[in-house]
Write a protein that binds this ligand. Sequence first.
Ligand SMILES: [Zn+2]
Length: 339
Amino acid sequence: MTHSINRRAFLKRVGMSLGAVSLGVPRSALAALDPMTFGLCADVHQDVMHDAPERLTAFVDAMEARNARFIAQLGDFCVPKPANRAFLDIFNGFTGEHYHVLGNHDTDADNLTKKGYSQQETKKFWGMDGNAYSFVQGGIRFIAIDGNDPPGTGSTDYPRHVGSKQLTWLARELEGTSEPVIMLSHQSAENEEGLDNAGAVREVLERANDDAGYQRVLACFSGHHHLNYAASVKGIPYVQVNSMSYFWVGDTCENFAYSPETHARHPMLQFTAPYRDPIWTTVEVDPSAGEIRIAAMTSEWAGTPPDALGYESPPSRRRGMSPATDARTLPLAPPRPRR
Ligand SMILES: [Zn+2]
């Protein structure tokens, strides 16, 4: 790609740091992308949420109606017990491709404590080959990573780590391919409660941008935090895909949004502030407009909102706390040259 190399050489000459500047994708590379829509959902939590099947059905139906190229779920989906087969079949019923990202709760025990199932069991149940993998859709390489590697610190908390072997794999995957990239992960590579070595992951992505000479990494989408915000680090947008179902308030309060019978059958529900309606993220890649657009969705809290419950948390945990997905536009095209 001579164009990019020249561009890079030019920028080096004028002393601009590629890592710090969002340059967009050269128009020649944009031309290789298909216009397409895809759907992302995260943190459906079938094993907590009483109406998760109805929520997932609404998502799959909406993506069919939008003619989405593919759908992906970003973890904390369901444990691999036979009773969850019907739930999984809703997702698998989507007529296009569908992809999975492993969450930290997808290997919980049936009583929702840690260390129930093995990752192998969950992957087999979901029909997933590798923990981390990549695929190309519409000219974009999507790279799904696994943030549940053991951190090697002896911590008994849920892991939120990308091990050195996987980091090497990620770097090679980027070096060995040339398409623009979107990364999918469960834990955020930007939020301080996300990946514990997020900086190392970001460095690999930033290096890919430097090597390409343009903003090759278009965006990173993650779940886990049940939040609705986006942030940019060194020109790379890190977009939160809100939970389909709820915000977790259990550390400090309880909430009874549904009937006593429902709460009796689903004992973890009381630790959530549920969203009245399911929330997901519809992403539209529009190369001719030079942008990626994320569609807005708005619901309400079912029951008492977290603040009215007296929910207290560090700011990082409540940034974008809302039963919604905000509309966002991520620019793809480089700024037009000044005359
Ligand atoms: Zn999670």
